[in-house]
Design a binder for this molecule. Structure first.
Ligand code: ADP
Ligand code: 5GP
Length: 202
């Protein structure tokens, strides 16, 4: 199953995904390609695959992305190879923007879409500044884009407000656990139970 996690930059997506993956232990993370320069704390192949624009455009031309978009002035995309390799082993979480989420909705029926909301706009600014990873210009650009992004919240299946961190982690974990119990996802588990009822007298 694919989980799409979307929300304005700085709302806490990476933090929530990291915590929920630690708690559950069986949720893979889709490492995106991007033309954005790495932040001081980021590692190539772990947080993103950092590539130049020419290489990115070549991948687009060759149809190697499930989805891709220009976000805050840089190119970002989820490669089909990443989804195939990691999705084969189990559930996969994508941290992508609203435009990418729309493309995934069209191409992957059954994906679960979660929107992460900051508690209030001013807190988003505080978090972006506190993170110390983006220039003041980049912070302003991200805050401007957030105004548009939050309006898309109704397109999603679930909304998590990231006010108190522990509470938000528990909410996102609950979304994953509940989604895994949807009828469409339970066929494998139910099959042997049904078979046991066909084997004569219980
Ligand atoms: P995103 O991935 O959405 O851009 P991050 O996960 O990098 O956001 O979070 C941005 C900053 O906000 C980080 O410094 C993170 O530690 C902090 N943060 C995340 N969630 C909370 C929270 N609930 N309360 C306070 N700070 C938070
Ligand atoms: P950041 O530069 O803060 O890591 O990410 C900026 C925005 O790009 C975030 O909203 C993040 O979700 C989004 N993003 C990251 N990877 C992808 C991707 O592969 N595709 C799309 N469409 N957006 C992405």
């Amino acid at each position: 199953m694919i989980f799409v996690v979307t929300g304005p930059s700085g709302c806490g997506k990476s933090t929530l995904i990291r915590e929920v993956r630690e708690r559950l232990g069986d949720l893979a993370f889709s490492v995106s390609h991007t033309t954005r320069p790495p932040r001081p704390s980021e590692r190539d192949g772990v947080d993103y695959r950092f590539i130049d624009e020419k290489a990115f455009r070549r991948m687009v031309r060759d149809g190697r992305f499930l989805e891709h978009a220009v976000v805050h002035g840089h190119l970002y995309g989820t490669s089909l190879a990443e989804v195939k390799a990691k999705g084969r082993r189990g559930d996969l979480v994508l941290d992508i923007d609203v435009q990418g989420a729309r493309q995934v909705r069209r191409r992957v029926p059954g994906a679960v879409h979660v929107f992460i909301m900051p508690p209030v706009a001013a807190e988003l600014r505080r978090r972006l500044i506190k993170r110390h990873e983006d220039s003041p210009e980049a912070v302003e650009r991200r805050l401007q884009n957030a105004r548009t992004e939050v309006k898309a919240w109704k397109e999603f299946d679930f909304v998590v407000v990231n006010d108190d961190l522990d509470r938000a982690v528990a909410d996102l974990e609950a979304v994953v656990v509940a989604s895994r119990r949807r009828v469409a996802a339970m066929a494998g588990a139910v099959k042997p139970v049904l078979a046991s009822f066909r084997k004569g007298r219980p």
